[in-house]
Design a protein around this ligand. Structure first.
Ligand code: CMP
Length: 475
């Protein structure tokens, strides 16, 4: 940032300084040689240095004008960097015109027109030598006239499909930064002959991601599950809902495509990968299966189908959760049998604030963060690790979810529903009391706006306990 400001300053400072120096030289030249900078007033011998000095002055003047026009006026009015090619053409034309004027004012007797027309052979030689360069130059001009793309757009050029973000267009070539961070230069004349696929920066560009599921899986369920998982991923535009549709039927699979729109198309590789990851987790959570070619499926089936989590392990995990510690082994086993395991990807939202909720969760593996949004800014109120629980507030009070809960890393949770808890409350009246304390503490901490636990009064907790009992129909 600092480097670019100083380079901008140099663009103005250097021409001003140099123009000042040249003007001073011209002044001294005039003064000490006693000649006047008026047409024809120089003795012949001083004309050449005078023309050179005037040409230098014109050169720095044009550079200054170029900087003022393109670094300032163009940027402010159009909001983006002026193309290098346009700047170069401007400099070349302005300087040529000024030089001809200066030359004419010193050598009025020389007929420049005749000079150019009589040098036709010279022109042919130069033309042949510069054939490619001029081809690139004019193709560059026509590219600019069409304005098919701008710096920052993603383009794919030609049969070799050079794909990347446009970094610049010069008089010779288009500079593309590929997604492997290489620079590819495609000459303007080649680009003008090839098809160019442009994904403009300020456009909602879409991507297609493919996957297959087993043909025994319900299409309606797959569409719902995948669409919800994809729309929640980073960089997926919220303006258009992703489309999930069947592309065809394989031997034992349904072939799907997901079409989604991106906020920033230049990051489509990462977004495609994230979308595939989300699809994997969402299918798995919902009992749907990705299908791979037949021979792989058989190999996989020979291995024992992966249980979400063995029941002993779950019972073990639940026994370590403080609110469940008073439960007997038998009760823990029953509770374990009633839980459902889910796996979430890093960054996925498990609970949305404001939603209805009739279940709570125990973190079986991984980590989640509890976030509230204040004045549009998210604030993390707690990070919960293995053995911690969340979602109890809505489950036990019937109120909407109080916060967002987001997976920090790959996280496996055990979901416990209303029915399982009601059954436990009937056999363990003390359970409701310890839960009411936790809820009161968390509520107070939410209200206090800090991660420290706030003071909870006995009255508050007692009030909560009676509302939990009412909600669960307990005495
Ligand atoms: P619920 O309101 O159902 O959904 C969001 C969950 O975030 C909430 O239940 C609690 O389990 C959890 N939560 C809210 N505030 C806190 C907090 N201060 N500390 C820990 N967990 C919290």
């Amino acid at each position: 940032m600092a480097a670019s400001t100083s380079s901008k300053r140099n663009k103005f400072l250097i021409p001003i300084l140099m123009a000042g120096l040249v003007a001073l030289a011209l002044y001294l030249f005039d003064r000490f040689l006693g000649a006047h900078m008026v047409q024809g007033a120089y003795p012949n011998v001083f004309r050449i240095p005078a023309v050179i000095l005037w040409a230098l002055l014109a050169y720095f003047g044009v550079r200054l004008l170029n900087a003022a026009l393109f670094d300032f006026v163009f940027r402010v009015r159009r909001g983006y960097e002026a193309p290098t090619l346009v700047r170069n053409i401007f400099t070349l034309v302005s300087f040529t015109v000024l030089f001809v004027l200066i030359f004419k004012s010193f050598y009025a007797e020389v007929n420049l027109g005749a000079l150019f027309t009589t040098s036709a052979i010279f022109g042919v030689i130069i033309g042949l030598a510069l054939q490619d360069t001029l081809g690139n130059f004019f193709s560059g001009i026509s590219l600019h006239a069409d304005r098919p793309f701008q710096v920052g757009d993603v383009i794919a050029v030609g049969q070799q499909k050079h794909t990347g973000v446009v970094e610049g267009i010069t008089w010779r070539a288009i500079k593309i930064r590929t997604f492997q961070n290489h620079i590819v230069l495609v000459s303007n004349s080649n680009a003008a002959k090839e098809a160019i696929e442009v994904s403009p920066r300020d456009n909602l560009n879409a991507r297609l991601v493919f996957f297959d599921t087993l043909n025994s899986d319900s299409p309606a369920k797959t569409i719902h599950v995948v669409r919800e998982a994809v729309r929640d991923a980073d960089n997926v535009s919220p303006k258009i809902t992703p489309i999930v549709r069947i592309r065809g039927f394989g031997d034992s699979s349904i072939e799907w495509e997901v079409k989604y729109w991106l906020n920033d198309y230049a990051k489509y590789n990462d977004s495609d990968a994230l979308v595939r990851q989300r699809i994997w987790y969402a299918l798995r959570r919902n009992g749907l299966q990705l299908s791979t070619p037949q021979r792989v499926i058989e190999l996989e089936r020979k291995r024992a189908p992966r249980p979400t989590t063995p029941e002993e392990q779950i019972a073990d995990r639940l026994s370590a959760v403080d609110i469940f510690s008073p439960l007997s082994t038998e009760e823990l086993q029953k509770l374990a049998a009633a839980t459902v395991g889910h796996v979430f990807a890093p960054g996925e939202t498990l609970i949305h604030a404001g939603d209805e909720g009739s279940s709570m969760f125990v973190v079986h593996g991984g980590r989640v963060q509890v976030q509230v949004t204040e004045n549009g800014t998210p604030r993390t109120v707690a990070v919960l690790n293995e053995g911690d629980f969340f979602g109890e507030m809505a489950l036990f009070t019937g109120e909407p979810r109080t916060a967002n809960v987001i997976a920090v890393e790959e996280t496996e949770v055990l979901e416990i529903g209303h029915a399982a808890m009601k059954h436990l409350f009937e056999t363990n009246p003390d359970l409701a009391e310890s839960i009411s304390w936790t809820i009161a503490e968390r509520r107070a901490s939410l209200a206090a706006g800090s991660q420290q636990l706030a003071q909870v009064s006995i009255d508050e907790s007692a009030g909560l306990l009676s509302s939990i009992k009412r909600f669960f129909g307990l005495r």
